[in-house]
Ligand binder design. Structure first.
Ligand SMILES: [Zn+2]
Length: 258
């Protein structure tokens, strides 16, 4: 991976950790919001593939979906996708920091998802496991010790191989046209979050980067809209991925200045 520029990121109450090397943390709120949105979209695409291709999942599906999103971004291996990974990990750390309760509640512990901070560390673990040269500085800065960083490499390789095995039967060897319904719902006018997504070809890029690689038994729909909650999900009933514009606004609010 290319070398990323040096920058400092004040790490959200966690001892003001400053990244010491190799990182260009986005100073821009819009880019942070877009990058976190991209990670969530990739996560939802994992749910779609799991459902429509009948992919076996050993363990929590939510963890598998995060791992898939991380893997796809690692493999894309561009400066932008590196920044998506960094911002997404920071996003989960921020959610954890913003949680004012002193301890975790039962519903945090029995919920479908891992804890926010575990999701953050897992992304960083796979980043450093898959590309220690680029990401060991970040792993050091967030406190992943060197022994764990070493075992992250095994975790990354195992996870990467597992996804390759289960997706192999569905690979498109020939570039193939895939029709996807992409809708940026305008409602009473396209809100600024919707504009941000549309301008950056949010759904279109995800289709090109992921969905076109596989043979799907359906014509997927991806819809951005206002839904009065900050959420995104794969709807197994309609086969549609729905991304609420309010989630972009939540990521904008989550961003903290250096
Ligand atoms: Zn999920």
């Amino acid at each position: 991976m290319r070398q990323i520029l040096l920058a400092i990121f004040v790490f959200l109450g966690m001892q003001n950790v400053a990244f010491s090397q190799g990182i260009n943390v986005n100073a821009d709120r819009e880019e942070f919001a877009l990058n976190n949105s991209i990670f969530v979209l990739y996560h939802e695409i994992a749910h779609l593939l799991i459902a429509k291709l009948d992919i076996p999942i050993l363990g929590r599906e939510e963890n598998a979906a995060d791992n898939f999103a991380t893997l796809m971004l690692m493999r894309a291996d561009t400066e932008q996708t590196d920044n998506v990974l960094i911002d997404s990990a920071m996003g989960w750390f921020s959610y954890d920091e913003n949680d004012e309760s002193e301890s975790y509640s039962d519903d945090d512990l029995y919920g479908e998802h891992s804890l926010d901070i575990q999701r953050a560390f897992q992304i960083v673990c796979l980043m450093v496991g898959g590309d220690p040269e680029t990401f060991s500085g970040i792993a050091d800065d967030v406190g992943l010790d060197r022994d764990r960083q070493d075992s992250c490499e095994d975790n990354f390789n195992q996870m990467s191989k597992s996804w390759d095995i289960v997706l192999a039967p569905y690979i498109n060897d020939e570039p193939k046209k895939l029709d996807v319904n992409i809708i940026y719902d305008r409602g009473y006018g396209l809100v600024s979050a919707g504009k941000l997504l549309q301008k950056n070809r949010f759904f279109e890029n995800a289709v090109d980067n992921i969905l076109r690689k596989y043979t799907l038994p359906i014509q997927p729909t991806m819809r951005g809209k206002e839904c009065h909650e900050a959420n995104a999900y794969y709807d197994s009933w309609t086969g549609e991925i729905l991304f609420c514009y309010e989630l972009v606004d939540e990521f904008r609010a989550l961003y903290k200045e250096e």
